[in-house]
Ligand binder design. Structure first.
Ligand code: HEM
Length: 474
């Protein structure tokens, strides 16, 4: 044993055999520690590095603390997680970054097209959501489509895809969206524009909030045939808050917060102690579950279930699932469709505010579709008419590439893509036919709006706009 530790130990044993005084013993102790500690620290530093190097993926421009890994960098950047990870990915030759935090699994975030293809297409089965992620969402979403893997996911995906390709559900989606636009959305914008359209009558409207209410009404109708009326009776302008929408949003944000907590066990401890955010989350989940369960049970007893087109009624009619399974399916749809289109549209209207050329091209396309279908402004667009709006489709897609409404993607493909485009194209076409939308830049602070990262990419502080009726005859 020729290590420094061993030799120093021997030297301390060669003290005089007479019992030393207390202070002498202490001095010797401290003195010897001066020699012992540095080699211990030196060895543990290298040992940690060797072990860590085995586990951690290569990183570029991201410094790891020898003992805490990337925890300090994670904590310092958690408020700007998307920007931070994007900078690192862009700066890395492989366009991917890895991080490790002691006590947590190693993570890899990639923007490399070959990786994306490998994960989403060629080796899809190798990338389940995993017990870790599923465990975090389980108390809220159970094992619904959004929170399951393997067989459990496959049967729900197959059934839901089958329902979504069904013509009557497609027609139902178009009808729900067009009714919400004609009866609630456009009247609300007309009121916001004021009667005369002059500046004195114009109010500042949070368009993102209006779009969220729109999205919540329509997804609730499609998913479980329930109308929460978030946009009815004046919606935001009379602040008719929907309790269910509010509670659902709270539960969603709190549960997603678990993913951004760098100390993984901390939410579990808070949950066990029933304190802080976990206490609020428990209450919100209980309220959401009770609300959804009431609807599921009522639908089971409803005589009209076979005549209804919503997703829940279709699953109830097949009579194969427990109430809890049906509740989880419905909640998965709500989380998927609740804010995604509102997020996509908010960023799109913000883009349009600096691109009058794009606004003009969309307006031309909408006018051409009106002529081709023999319909007039203000009338609903049918499914086929919306399909003809190719330029609008491409413009929305490009905007979502730059500001993805569902920024944290795992491995599955969107099932509601068609419904999302129906909604977004109908809204943009109807709005640009009748109104001018001015983003209030001084309120929004001028530059690119800040975002809030959750299941969706929301604009921080909303999207303040002034709505004016178009002066030119359309
Ligand atoms: C602009 C709007 C939308 C975008 C950008 C979007 C995007 C996405 C993405 C990226 C996923 C994969 C999520 C993951 O597993 O990590 C997804 C899944 C899903 N989306 Fe959408 N979505 C949108 C609107 C909707 C709407 C309106 C619905 C309504 C029904 C919907 C239903 C679903 C469902 C059910 C899944 C889960 C699919 C599965 O796990 O197999 N989405 N969506």
């Amino acid at each position: 044993m020729n290590t420094p530790l061993a030799s120093i130990h021997r030297s301390t044993c060669r003290q005089p055999s007479l019992l030393p005084s207390r202070s002498m013993a202490m001095d010797t102790y401290y003195y010897s520690m001066l020699f012992v500690l540095p080699p211990i620290l030196y060895m543990s530093y290298h040992l940690t590095r060797i072990l860590a190097d085995k586990k951690k993926p290569t990183t570029h421009g991201l410094k790891a603390h020898p003992l805490l890994g990337h925890l300090p960098a994670f904590v310092n950047n958690s408020h700007r997680f998307l920007d931070w990870t994007t900078e690192l990915i862009v700066g890395s030759p492989e366009m991917r970054m890895g991080f490790w935090i002691p006590g947590m699994r190693t993570g890899i975030i990639t923007g490399n097209p070959a990786d994306v293809e490998h994960i989403l297409r060629t080796n899809f089965a190798n990338y389940p959501k995993g017990e870790h992620a599923i465990g975090m969402l389980e108390d809220f979403l159970g094992h619904g489509l959004f929170n399951s893997d393997g067989e459990q996911w496959l049967w729900q995906r197959k059934n839901a895809s089958y329902e979504f390709s069904n013509r009557s559900l497609r027609r139902f989606v178009v009808d729900v969206v067009q009714a919400e636009i004609a009866d609630r959305f456009l009247p609300l914008l007309r009121r916001a524009a004021g009667d005369g359209g002059g500046d004195g009558d114009v109010v500042v409207l949070d368009l993102q909030e209006v779009l969220q209410r729109f999205g919540f009404d329509t997804i609730c109708m499609v998913a479980f045939g329930h109308d929460p009326r978030c946009l009815a009776d004046g919606g935001v302008m009379e602040d008719a808050r929907s309790e269910f929408m509010h509670t659902f949003g709270e539960a969603q944000d709190l549960v997603v917060g678990r993913f951004f907590d760098p100390i993984e066990v901390s939410w579990k401890i808070k949950k066990w102690l029933n304190v802080g955010t976990e206490r609020r989350l428990r209450k919100a989940i209980a309220d959401v579950h009770a609300f959804a369960m009431d609807i599921v049970r009522a639908r089971r007893q409803s005589a009209s279930v076979n005549d209804r087109d919503d997703v829940l009624s279709r699953f109830v009619a097949s009579d194969e699932h427990s109430d809890e399974v049906l509740r989880d399916i419905v909640l998965s749809f709500l989380i998927a469709g609740r804010e995604t289109t509102a997020s996509g549209l908010s960023w799109f209207f913000w883009f349009l505010s600096s691109r009058p050329d794009v606004v003009a091209r969309i307006a031309d396309e909408v006018r051409a579709v009106r002529e081709a279908t023999g319909t007039r402004p203000g009338e609903p667009f049918g499914f086929d008419a919306l399909r003809e709006m190719h330029y609008l489709h491409a413009a929305l897609t490009e905007s979502m590439r730059l500001y993805p409404p569902a920024p944290i993607d795992s491995q599955s493909m969107c099932l509601g893509k068609e419904m999302a485009y129906v909604q977004m194209k109908s809204i943009v076409a109807n709005v640009l036919e009748e109104f001018e939308v001015d983003v209030v830049k001084d309120v929004a602070g001028g530059g690119v709006p800040e975002h809030v990262l959750s299941v969706t990419l929301r604009m921080k502080g909303g999207l303040p706009v002034k709505i004016r009726r178009k002066t030119e005859a359309y």
